[in-house]
Design a binder for this molecule. Sequence first.
Ligand code: GLA
Length: 419
Amino acid sequence: MKWSQHIIICLIQLVCWTSYNYPVNSLENGLLRQPPMGWLTWQRFRCVTDCQENPDTCISEKLIRTQAQLLVSGGYLAAGYEYIIIDDCWLNKTRAADGSLQPDNQRFPSGIRALSDYVHSLGLKFGIYEDYGTETCAGYPGVLGHLEQDAQTFASWKVDYLKLDGCNADIKDYDTGYPAMENALNATGFPIAYSCSWPAYQEYAKMKPNYSAIAQTCNLWRNWGDIDDSWDSVYSIVQWFGDNQDRLAPFHGPGHWNDPDMIVVGNYGLSPSQSRAQMALWSIMAAPLILSVDLRTISDWARDIILNKNLIAINQDPLGAMGRRILKLDGHVEVWSKSLQNDRTAFVALFPEPYGTPIRMSISLTDLGLGRFDEYDIFETFHGDFLGKYHKSDRYNFTINPSGDVHAFYVESALIKSL
Ligand code: GLA
């Protein structure tokens, strides 16, 4: 044998040995077969901790109890929004004497287990935030060095959902650290949905995340930057997902979801049409629908958008396909589509920029990817109105308003009933 052949065989043996001996992880919790729906503190309430100055908006058990009640009485739970999640800034700045995590006892005087029990008594599920590093992004104790202990604490508090952020850690450690936390969660025997920020930090550092490993470890994962309360922020995330869809979509499905971040509808930054756009696009992307809004003051129109049954049905479709941007037309309008079960397809046409007047579009059914059946029924999505019967050789004409508005429609073969 030539020496070069010998080296190749040695290399193959080394690769095989490494892959056989590398710990194989798989998420064993069976959760989130459909994208999670819920409510989270961060976007609307951030890290307000001074309850003297801000008694109604500081991160506290009072805030969580109030919003939890409204999730139920406002019909959000009935529509599917079942998780209520405390983001950063719930912790005491130091661990307890035995090393365990403890909440800030001024703001959470009853303790987290009592709050979790209350949330469960309303029929909701309870989520909490931590960070893989030494400290959370806002400077509270992180889980590093305490993975098993903290997982046990979360299980003892009956935490149903953990958002594990990635500040204050070495990004290179995430590929082993996030799976290590998953093992610690599995070992508790308590089913905890696992939301990771693992790829978001790696994408930002221009590393290529190992989405295959991430999808085997996490139920959902943040891919990109934090959403803000503005159309620019929402649309920049939409663009990033469109530009990277080929890398992301294969790993998206029941039990494991890409996460473009929270729904910001109902706050200060989005107009009604931009709000319709965010909700329609998140539905098409089969994204987690995690609200962050003050449910005490939300307007009726924002609530109607968030509770829209047809959009939620598209988001929660059992196939779990991640919608894709399929067309960019006239330099203005882009069309996204998502396959639904029973040969249905949902579409969103988006006009993202400011422009003086509504624009008329005409798209052939073939360009929409339709043509397997001879005839299609088309419905407007927000109200479910029947828009007409179309032959596969027809064009579909519609008008769309500028500045972030959408025209949302869904299509089914004429033989199949509506959503
Ligand atoms: C990061 C996350 C946000 C939020 C904050 C909390 O920025 O991406 O979603 O959790 O930390 O400090």
